[in-house]
Design a protein around this ligand. Structure first.
Ligand code: PNS
Length: 169
């Protein structure tokens, strides 16, 4: 990349924020908001993680994400299949956005970022930190709490809280 390209003030940067979002939490939303401030456009990209057995179907996850990101005009929600870098390239994205909560996230995220860079060196992974109140929050824990009748208020948007309650009842 030339310095001239880097300094091009007219360059518009699209970031893809990929994940399972099963379901979207307030931690994800915190990150989406931070991304929407920094980047010109954020595409929240929902996919199947082959390692995970989802509670919500992909359409349900997308619907919830669309409803709770509605206020940010430069945020879109889409589904993707296959390799993330292929999808990001097709979207014209320069950035893959991922959240890192604790050191324990880092190893997995580093592996993915380096592998993605090896496949597509033009796309940069940007790690972002969620706000402190969300540093211990995960979709997995939220689902476990909901299944066991624990409180999820404040951890997920009210709409997701409702859907979770209906799903596990
Ligand atoms: O929210 P998650 O489940 O931690 O997100 C993981 C995700 C979906 C980002 C990752 O599994 C992924 O990128 N899947 C797409 C397939 C792919 O590109 N795999 C190679 C990654 S190096």
């Amino acid at each position: 990349m030339t310095l001239r390209m880097a300094l091009d003030a007219n360059k518009r940067i699209t970031a893809v924020y990929p994940g399972s979002f099963d379901p979207v939490t307030n931690g994800h939303l915190d990150l989406i908001e931070r991304g929407a401030i920094i980047f010109d456009r954020v595409v929240v990209a929902v996919t199947h993680n082959l390692e995970k057995d989802p509670l919500f179907g992909i359409q349900e996850r997308i619907e919830m994400l669309e409803a709770v990101t509605n206020e940010w005009k430069n945020v879109a929600v889409e589904m993707f299949d296959g390799l993330l870098v292929d999808y990001a390239r097709a979207k014209g994205a320069r950035v893959i956005m991922r959240g890192i909560r604790a050191v324990s996230d880092y190893e997995y995220e580093l592996q993915m970022a380096m592998m993605n860079r090896k496949i597509e060196p033009q796309i940069e992974t940007v790690f972002m930190l969620p706000g402190e109140p969300y540093s211990y929050l995960s979709s997995r824990l939220v689902k476990e709490l909901a299944r066991l009748g624990g409180p999820v208020k404040g951890l997920v948007p009210p709409l997701v809280e409702e859907r979770l309650r209906a799903k596990v009842s």
